[in-house]
Design a protein around this ligand. Structure first.
Ligand code: AMP
Length: 221
């Protein structure tokens, strides 16, 4: 048999929501990825294995062909660009919004706004499109803290229920983009291993459609 196809996926919410989808395509990890310390997981399908890595690293592994496929948040793709990748499928999982947030009612400073985020490129483009000059402060996590301690006036982050913002006295102010996870495919693999890759993409597409509300309603009705 030829080498298995490798799917790179990140731990946390994306993996949690990807597992039922993968299971519908017959792909079940042999160990519980939430517990296992292994970074390469064999699955119930000998032709598919999973790599569990940081979300921001998924496009890098796929771009360089270390994984033929990957599951990446649209936030990461907007930030890094999708050069060298096909993005054939919206998996419809890990949905949220990328938003500007800040303290409601806070005075607008007379200097440039300071915006803390890990999405430096998206933030730069967002404010450039509005013709606003801002100072961007790169952070790697816990952006919600920045306005509380005077590091920044605004943050750009992912918002789902809005509870994290509310718990830190922040409110969503501007919508930047709707986010969900996308299937990404290495461009060379799409050519060299065309039949196997296309078959897997088609199976994942069927797994996504099987989860659509209309299909669910039909199944229960
Ligand atoms: P929430 O409190 O439900 O609005 O969730 C916000 C927190 O969860 C923030 O720290 C976000 O960075 C993170 N978050 C929300 N949605 C996602 C997602 N789809 N992928 C990764 N992180 C997310």
């Amino acid at each position: 048999m030829s080498e298995p196809l490798t799917i790179a996926v990140s731990k946390g919410r994306i993996l949690e929501e990807a597992l039922p989808l993968l299971a519908r395509a017959g792909i079940v990890p042999r160990e519980d990825p939430a517990r296992s310390r292994r970074l390469v997981l064999e699955t119930s399908r000998p032709d598919v294995r999973l790599l569990v890595i940081r979300a921001a690293d998924v496009p890098t592994y796929v771009r360089h062909g270390a994984a033929e496929l990957g599951i990446a948040g649209r936030d990461v793709l907007l930030e890094q660009g999708s050069e060298g990748l096909y993005v054939p499928l919206d998996l419809g999982i890990a949905r949220c919004r990328m938003m500007v947030a800040g303290r409601p009612g806070a005075e607008i400073p007379r200097r440039r706004l300071r915006v803390a985020t890990k999405y430096v490129n998206v933030t730069r483009r967002h404010y450039a499109a509005k013709g606003e000059q801002v100072e961007i402060i790169k952070l790697y996590g816990s952006m919600e803290l920045a306005p509380l301690v005077g590091l920044a006036d605004r943050i750009v982050d992912l918002v789902d229920t809005g509870r994290t913002l509310a718990a830190n006295g922040l409110a969503p102010l501007e919508h930047i983009a709707d986010i969900s996870s996308r299937l990404v495919v290495n461009r060379a693999a799409m050519k060299v291993r065309n039949a196997a890759v296309r078959a897997l993409v088609a199976e994942l597409e069927r797994a996504v459609t099987a989860d659509a509300p209309a299909a669910e309603g039909a199944a229960h009705g």
